[in-house]
Design a protein around this ligand. Structure first.
Ligand code: ZN
Ligand code: FE
Length: 252
């Protein structure tokens, strides 16, 4: 399984997945036609388009790519009326093959009510769209804070070595937010050096891993005593702490 990162718009990531044994080419969240097609052209085919959710910056390449390559578009069943050109409808926990690769559908509402992640169990790779970011999480648009909290907890329990490919390059702003409320986290400080150097060299800061996120991403660390103290929420529940963090980030 080979993954190519495709930068789109100002800060979106689309991902090309190449599976060599059966020469199967897929793309996750094609934001726009041209930058995606520049990469797809090398393979001269596109078998599958995978959409994590219906937002325009994740699906706007769908129709033009499908037209050019006769691809099959895969998305969540409840979003069948919102994902342009959808062909294959997924249910929560459903397994789907793309060539010799198999992913599991993980339903993770919150950012939208039809958001899913694609989890390649054997390869330990997950595409998280706008739910889990490097050092952050997505804004809650259609769902509730409880939805987002539960969705992040589903991702939290994946094996720590799982590589995370998310929908946006938001890492620098997320880092600044994490540092504000978790300033004594030594792993975070270490990671900040790495991130700053990647950004300076115009390199993507992804993939990250579940294990790294558990130690550094404040939205997965709502049960940490230092963070609770920094927020003045010593006796609050995990979900209350998470909700407070999400609200603070909205205005950060
Ligand atoms: Zn979105
Ligand atoms: Fe997005």
């Amino acid at each position: 399984m080979k993954i190519e990162i495709i930068k789109c718009l100002s800060d979106n990531f689309s991902y090309l997945i190449f599976e060599e044994e059966t020469n199967t080419v897929s793309i996750v969240d094609p934001s726009v036609f041209i930058p995606c097609d520049e990469v797809i052209k090398k393979y001269n085919k596109l078998d599958f388009i995978l959409n994590t959710h219906h937002h325009a910056d994740h699906v706007d390449g769908n129709i033009a790519l499908k037209k050019k390559y006769n691809s099959k578009i895969i998305g969540f069943e409840d979003d069948k009326d919102r994902i342009p050109g959808i062909d294959i409808l997924l249910k929560n926990s459903q397994r789907q093959k793309i060539g010799n690769l198999t992913f599991k559908t993980i339903f993770i509402p919150g950012h939208t009510i039809g958001h899913i992640a694609f989890y390649f169990e054997r390869e330990k790779i997950v595409f998280t769209g706008d739910t889990l970011f490097s050092l952050g999480c997505g804004r809650v648009f259609e769902g509730t804070h409880t939805d987002m909290f539960n969705s992040l907890n589903k991702l939290k329990i994946l094996p720590p070595e799982t590589k995370v490919y998310c929908g946006h390059e938001y890492t620098k702003s997320n880092l600044n937010f994490c540092l504000k409320y978790d300033p004594n986290n030594s792993m975070l400080k270490k990671k900040s050096i790495e991130i700053n150097s990647k950004i300076k060299n115009d390199l993507p800061t992804i993939p990250t891993t579940i294990g790294e996120e558990l130690k550094t991403n404040i939205f997965l660390r709502y049960d940490d005593d230092d963070i609770k103290l920094a927020l003045n929420l010593k006796d609050s529940s995990d979900e209350e702490v998470f909700s407070k963090l999400r609200d603070l980030k909205d205005v950060f």
